[in-house]
Design a protein around this ligand. Structure first.
Ligand SMILES: C[S@@+](CC[C@H](N)C(=O)[O-])C[C@H]1O[C@@H](n2cnc3c(N)ncnc32)[C@H](O)[C@@H]1O
Length: 239
C-alpha cells in the first residue's frame, strides 16, 4: 500500500473537512483553553496596524480569531478568511453571521494557489495553520506573505509547537500524541483525525524555520516562545 503524504493539500483539506463540526469545542477542551489564549497573544502582536485596514486570515478555519481581532481593532474595514476546507469555510460563514458584520469575505482555496493581488494587504494573521506544512511549504508561504503585504503592512502567526528544551516536553508530546486521540474517541465515539496533531507538531517543531524564511524575504520579524515553547509565533512588518 502506498504511504499517504500527510502534507499534501488535499489530504489536509479532507482531514479538516472531517473534524470541522467538532473542531471548536474539541480544540478548546483538549487544550484546556490554551489555544484561545494563544490566539489572543497572536492578535496582540499585530502591532502598528493602520486604521481602516484590510487584510487576510490565512488558514482561517471557522473564524476562531475574528471576534477578538475585531474587538481589539474595530476600525478594520475588511477581513478575508482563506481556507482550503469547504466545511471549515462553512463554519467561518456562520461565525461571520454571528458577529453580524459586513466586513467579511471568504476565499475557499489552497493558500499556495491563491489569487490575492500583490501588495494589497495591511495585515496578515494566522493561527494554528502552518504545522501541516513542510519547510519547503513554509518557505513558499513566507514568499506569499511578503508578496501580499503592502509596504508598512504587519503580520502575526502562531502555532502549537514542540517545547524541546522544556523539562516536561515529553509529557506534552505524550499528551498530544497519545491522550488527545483518546479524548477524541471518548467525546466523539471514534477517531476523526485529531490524533494527527502530535505527528504534525513533532515534525514541525516550532516557528523558527518560518521565522528565518520571513526574514530571508526581507520582512522584519520577531520570534515568540509561548508557555515554555508549547506554542510559538512570529510577527513583524514589511518595511
Ligand atoms: C488547525 S486549523 C486552524 C483554524 C483556525 N485558524 C484556528 O485558529 O483554530 C488549520 C486550518 O488550516 C487549513 N489549511 C491547511 N492547509 C491549507 C492550505 N494549503 N491552504 C489553505 N488552508 C489550509 C485547514 O483547512 C484548517 O482549517
Amino acid at each position: 500500500m502506498t504511504k499517504k503524504n500527510i502534507h499534501d493539500s488535499e489530504y489536509v483539506r479532507d482531514l479538516f473537512d472531517r473534524v470541522a463540526n467538532t473542531y471548536g469545542y474539541t480544540n478548546y477542551l483538549a487544550s484546556f483553553g490554551f489555544t484561545e489564549r494563544w490566539r489572543k497573544q497572536c492578535i496582540s502582536k499585530l502591532r502598528g496596524l493602520s486604521q481602516y485596514a484590510s487584510g487576510y486570515d490565512l488558514m482561517c478555519g471557522r473564524g476562531e480569531t475574528w471576534a477578538s481581532l475585531l474587538s481589539l481593532h474595530p476600525t478594520i474595514v475588511s477581513l478575508t478568511g482563506l481556507d482550503i476546507s469547504p466545511e471549515m469555510i462553512k463554519g467561518s460563514k456562520a461565525q461571520a453571521d454571528k458577529i453580524n458584520s459586513q466586513k467579511f469575505k471568504f476565499m475557499e482555496v489552497d493558500v499556495f494557489r491563491n489569487n490575492i493581488p500583490s501588495a494589497t494587504a495591511d495585515f496578515v494573521i494566522s493561527s494554528f495553520g502552518i504545522k501541516t506544512f513542510t519547510v519547503e511549504q513554509q518557505e513558499a508561504l513566507a514568499a506569499e506573505v511578503y508578496r501580499i503585504l503592502k509596504p508598512g503592512g504587519v503580520f502575526s502567526f502562531v502555532e502549537v509547537s514542540h517545547p524541546k528544551d522544556w523539562v516536561f516536553s515529553w509529557l506534552y508530546m505524550f499528551y498530544l500524541k497519545k491522550v488527545m486521540p483518546v479524548i477524541e474517541k471518548l467525546f466523539l465515539g471514534y477517531s476523526y483525525g485529531y490524533g494527527a496533531i502530535g505527528t504534525y507538531v513533532a515534525e514541525f517543531v516550532d516557528c523558527k524555520h518560518f521565522y528565518t524564511y520571513l526574514q530571508a524575504q526581507g520582512l522584519q520579524a520577531e520570534y515568540h516562545k509561548l508557555f515554555f515553547g508549547c506554542a510559538s509565533g512570529v510577527s513583524g512588518t514589511k518595511a
